[in-house]
Design a protein around this ligand. Structure first.
Ligand SMILES: [Zn+2]
Length: 191
């Protein structure tokens, strides 16, 4: 889905691109950001299969390229909203977790806990494919333990999004735990 401005209220529906049978329902949610800006979240769901997609249209916010850092220090921070655009790289260094940007990366809009659940799911799949005597096995177990603690709010960690294209957003529960550092030149950190 491309971003577009549309000020008119328009009712439209289209066929599901995934199953080609269902009809896509479109829901929109207005979000008021703590700094007074607004954004519109558009949610597409198929009534036949489990196709889902979210898109975000910034209403007033200039979503600039930059590095967003959120410190998770208590349980309430886990409820902070996270939106990662396809140009955003998401990292939790303490848990050795990285989501690389890319054209096939899902847009996603969730909260910190939602991200931890996704990570947990991915690590579990990875673990299930390892042999019991694999040297990585213990390390993976350890990551799962830490993830569990993080989900329960018993682990302090840092969530960082580096977005060279702009568009990612963090809505912190506690503004003093959040920092934004502007990226001036459009420079991708490929290493
Ligand atoms: Zn469908």
């Amino acid at each position: 889905m491309s971003r577009k401005e549309n000020n008119e209220e328009e009712q439209f529906s289209f066929k599901c691109p995934s199953c080609d049978k269902g009809v896509i329902t479109i829901n929109t949610i207005d979000y008021d950001l703590p700094d007074g800006d607004k954004m519109l979240i558009i949610n597409f769901t198929c009534d036949q299969c489990n196709y889902r997609k979210n898109d975000v249209i910034p209403m007033t916010t200039r979503m600039e390229p930059g590095i967003m850092t959120l410190k998770i220090e208590d349980e309430s921070d886990l409820k902070s909203k996270i939106y990662r655009s396809p140009t955003g790289k998401l990292e939790i260094p303490e848990l050795e977790l990285i989501v690389e940007p890319g054209p096939r990366a899902d847009f996603y809009y969730t909260n910190v806990q939602g991200i931890l659940f996704r990570f947990e799911e991915a690590v579990l799949i990875y673990k299930n494919n390892l042999e019991k005597n694999d040297s990585e096995f213990d390390e993976v177990e350890e990551i799962l333990n830490d993830l569990q603690k993080a989900i329960e709010g018993e682990l302090k960690f840092t969530l960082k999004i580096t977005d060279s294209g702009g568009g990612s957003y963090i809505i912190p529960q506690n503004a003093s735990h959040y920092t934004f550092e502007k990226l001036n030149n459009i420079e991708t950190d490929k290493d």
